[in-house]
Design a protein around this ligand. Structure first.
Ligand SMILES: Cc1cc2nc3c(=O)[nH]c(=O)nc-3n(C[C@H](O)[C@H](O)[C@H](O)COP(=O)(O)O)c2cc1C
Length: 480
């Protein structure tokens, strides 16, 4: 594991990092005095103890029928005790055919008690470790994985660029040319499943629910479904209809206490592929204007255009939205827009740009949205690439009003108690931070065990997960 020790020289010191940020002409401010991050805030009618958030991250560690397993508790315990005051629970499928993998958590009558135990456990762990749990918010992310569902995809629009990434079963069979799209009637019925999952989340003790509209899963694809006919496609009003109606129904049927949130792609971009010679990612060729990506310039679809996302958020707010988490890209088709990294996962490409450019894009986009909605509590994404400087960037963005909450994804897997260190030591420690080697993703993409999936966690920082990677590598060597 010597490769972990080499590190990226960019992060050798604050000066080298700031020098590179300047050289690239980026807007990534750092503020070493951590103060605003630890101040309480309001989300709707709830008071939150600080502005630090654990992003939703699937652990791929449930039982085959979608209940939390022992290792789910290990992961949630680390998150709950770490001191972040918002634990944004991961994607949980609202229907069995909407699961992305064999170990994804699933809302069902049979699983309701198990979900309730997990939420109660997290709250109690937080209370024991941090003293007060009244200002600790827990939510679950309600999802249908759409074209990335396993074993069979559900699609809303046919798009040759995305269809090429859409596969069936373990054999990864391609999609047939005449594969049908979901009907409007199917989507009408699916609304019921989202409302039922929201009620189940409330009964499980969640403070908020998130209607997942990111990363090109079903409701994210819907936002870009300009080419879809019928009441859920075409105009922005139609493309936002499903979520607007579900928000209103949840408010009417699940009561006033549940905070209504969404994690939303504000920039889809087009898919990328691996250049066979350089291994670097490059955009797939598409016919322009490319209509299928949301928040994206159709004539130059690697560039954001946030006019529609801003209008969509306005519509969602009118329907009851109270809390927003902004994201971009897709983990399968263009991961560098979603999570800048130094090392790609096994099915990924080498990064076509500096990770810092990806961080800067996240920050600028989030700032533009926050500027449009200064009173909307909003969580920013893309901080983990900055390693131990993530908190300093968050602090600077908070102070500048560019964001109201700072979320860590991979950074929180590696370093779940970064908030405790910010309180006790005033900074994050280098040797605990994420180093963006993508092993968490490597684990979840490795399907070779009896459950069809390895649990995602931090290989360099947690021996529980290092053991899984060793097992995978051993099996690979055995095959050669
Ligand atoms: C292992 C893993 C699982 C993830 N699962 C989810 C998920 O369930 N829902 C979601 O919205 N994003 C998911 N993400 C994306 C993260 O929430 C986050 O947006 C991304 O890692 C970029 O943030 P970061 O730079 O702080 O890591 C996942 C990421 C990883 C690495």
């Amino acid at each position: 594991m010597g490769e972990f020790l080499r590190g990226n020289p960019l992060f050798a010191s604050r000066e080298t990092l700031l020098g590179e940020i300047r050289r690239l002409g980026l807007e990534i401010p750092l503020e070493a005095e951590i103060h605003n991050s630890l101040k309480p805030a309001e989300i709707a009618h709830r008071r939150v103890g600080n502005r630090l958030v654990i992003h939703p991250m699937e652990g791929c560690d449930g039982t085959l029928d979608g209940k939390p397993d022992e290792i789910t508790y290990h992961r949630w315990g680390l998150f709950a005790r770490g001191g972040a005051k918002v634990l944004w629970g991961e994607a949980c499928a609202v229907v069995p055919e909407g699961r992305a993998n064999t170990r994804q958590l699933l809302f069902s009558a049979d699983n309701a008690d198990a979900l309730k135990r997990l939420i109660a456990f997290a709250r109690e762990e937080h209370r024991k470790a941090c003293g007060d749990a009244d200002d600790f918010l827990i939510g679950l992310q309600l999802t249908h994985s759409g074209r990335f569902a396993f074993p069979a995809p559900s699609v809303l629009v046919r798009d040759p660029a995305l269809d090429a990434f859409t596969r069936f079963g373990k054999e990864r069979r391609p999609m047939a040319a005449d594969f049908p799209v979901l009907t409007d009637e199917h989507l009408d019925r699916l609304q019921d499943a989202y409302v039922a999952a929201a009620k189940m989340s409330r009964d499980a003790g969640c403070d908020f629910i998130d209607l997942k509209q990111c990363h090109r899963y079903l409701l994210s694809e819907l936002l870009g479904a300009r080419a879809r006919p019928g009441k859920y496609g075409g105009s922005l009003e139609n493309r936002t209809r499903f979520v607007r109606e579900v928000l209103a129904r949840i408010r009417a049927e699940a009561g006033k206490d549940l905070v209504l949130a969404t994690r939303m792609n504000i920039f889809d971009a087009i898919p990328y592929r691996t250049n066979p010679e350089t291994r670097v990612g490059e955009p797939v060729p598409v016919t322009l204007p490319y209509p299928h990506a949301f928040g994206t310039n159709p004539d130059y679809p690697v560039e954001p255009d946030l006019r529609e996302p801003i209008e969509a958020i306005r519509l969602f707010r009118a329907a009851g939205l109270q809390f927003l988490n902004v994201s971009a890209g897709c983990p399968y088709t263009n991961p560098h827009f979603l999570r800048p990294a130094d090392t790609p996962p096994p099915d990924g490409y080498e990064m076509p740009e500096s990770g810092l450019v990806g961080v800067d894009r996240h920050f600028r986009m989030a700032a533009e949205i926050q500027r449009a909605f200064p009173d909307l509590p909003m969580v920013g994404t893309g901080y983990s690439y900055l390693r131990e400087y993530a908190a300093e960037a968050g602090e600077a963005n908070l102070r500048a009003g560019r964001i109201t909450f700072v979320g860590l994804g991979r950074g929180a897997i590696a370093y779940p108690d970064w908030v405790r260190d910010l309180k006790d030591k005033g900074r994050m420690e280098k040797l605990k931070a994420c180093i963006t080697v993508s092993y968490c993703t490597t684990l979840m993409r490795s399907k070779g065990n009896e459950l069809g999936q390895y649990p995602a966690g931090c290989v360099p920082r947690d021996p529980v997960y290092a053991k899984f990677l060793q097992e995978i590598r051993k099996a690979e060597r055995g095959k050669k």
